[in-house]
Design a protein around this ligand. Structure first.
Ligand SMILES: Nc1ncnc2c1ncn2[C@@H]1O[C@H](COP(=O)(O)OP(=O)(O)O)[C@@H](O)[C@H]1O
Ligand SMILES: [Mg+2]
Length: 250
C-alpha cells in the first residue's frame, strides 16, 4: 500500500545531551517487554513536554531503522501540524478526527513522511467532544490494526489531569510513559495521575523528567517518593535544549 506523504518542514535537531536522553528513553521502553509495541505519552498538566518528547522519540526510533507510527491524539488542542509545519503534497490533510467521524479511511489518514521509517496520523481538526470519539469500540480496533503494520506506535495525548482522553487512550496501549516537567508538578499530582492511569488498566512504565537542569538543587528531594515506584532504569532526565529563561532557585 502506498501512502500519501507529509513533509515535516520544521523539526529542529536535538543537541547531544537531549539526543542521548532520547536514546536512553527508547532503550528503556524497548526493554519494557518483548511484545510491547504501542506506547502512550502523557503528563499531569499541559506544557510539560509530551509533544516535544513524542516527536523526538519517534524520530529517534525511526533513525534506528524501526517502522514507527506517531499518532496525534490530542484532539482538543493538537499542535503537531502547526508547530512542526507539516504540509502535504496533495494539499489534503486527513486526521484521526476525520476517521473517527467516518469522513475518511484508514489509508487516507495514514501518511508517510519525509523522515524515513516515520509515519504520521494527525489529529485532523480540533473537537470538543473528543471523549465521545475515543470511547468507542472503533478506537481499540483501530490501534490493533495499525500496530500490525508497525514496529512501534507512539501516541501523543492530552494531560491526564485535565480531561479523561489520556486514560481512554492509555488503557488500549501496551504501556504509558509520563512526562514530568522538572519542578512543576507535585508528588501528589503525579501519584494521582499514575493512579488514574492504573485504574483504567494502563501499565505505567515510568517517567521522563523533562526540562531538567542537571545539578538542580532539590531535584532529589522533590521527586524522591515518585522514584520509589518508578524504577531508576525507567526514568530519563531530558535537559532543556537551550536555556530559554532564568530560573528562580527554590
Ligand atoms: N526538553 C525540551 N527542550 C526544548 N524545548 C522543549 C523541551 N520540552 C518542551 N519543550 C518546548 O516547550 C513547549 C511545550 O512543550 P509541549 O511538548 O508542547 O508540551 P505538552 O505537549 O506537554 O503540552 C513547546 O514549545 C516545546 O517545544
Ligand atoms: Mg502536546
Amino acid at each position: 500500500m502506498t501512502l500519501d506523504k507529509l513533509t515535516i518542514n520544521h523539526f529542529p535537531r536535538l543537541d547531544y545531551a537531549a539526543s542521548e536522553a532520547l536514546n536512553t528513553l527508547w532503550t528503556n521502553l524497548s526493554f519494557s517487554g518483548s511484545n510491547m509495541k504501542t506506547f502512550a505519552i502523557t503528563s499531569c498538566r499541559p506544557d510539560e513536554g509530551k509533544t516535544f518528547v513524542v516527536m523526538n522519540l519517534a524520530r529517534t526510533i525511526a533513525g534506528t531503522g524501526k517502522k514507527v507510527l506517531l499518532i496525534d491524539a490530542d484532539l482538543r488542542k493538537s499542535v503537531i501540524a502547526g508547530r512542526y509545519r507539516v504540509s502535504s503534497m496533495s494539499g489534503e490533510m486527513w486526521g484521526l478526527v476525520h476517521y473517527l467521524t467516518g469522513h475518511c479511511t484508514i489509508e487516507q489518514m495514514l501518511y508517510d513522511t519525509n523522515i524515513p521509517n516515520l509515519s504520521l496520523i494527525l489529529a485532523g481538526h480540533e473537537v470538543i467532544n473528543s471523549f465521545a470519539l475515543l470511547d468507542t469500540p472503533n478506537f481499540p480496533g483501530l490501534l490493533q490494526q495499525l500496530a500490525e503494520n508497525y514496529d512501534v506506535v507512539l501516541i501523543d495525548t492530552p494531560p491526564v489531569g485535565t480531561i479523561i482522553d489520556a486514560a481512554l487512550i492509555a488503557r488500549h496501549c501496551d504501556g504509558t510513559a509520563l512526562v514530568v516537567k522538572y519542578n512543576t508538578v507535585s508528588r501528589k499530582e503525579l501519584a494521582e495521575a499514575k493512579a488514574q492511569l492504573e485504574k483504567v488498566g494502563s501499565r505505567v512504565l515510568g517517567a521522563v523528567l523533562n526540562d531538567v537542569e542537571p545539578n538542580a538543587y532539590g531535584m532529589k528531594k522533590y521527586y524522591k517518593n515518585y522514584y520509589k515506584y518508578s524504577q531508576p532504569t525507567d526514568r530519563i532526565n531530558l535537559p532543556y535544549m537551550t536555556k530559554r529563561r532564568n530560573r528562580k532557585k527554590k
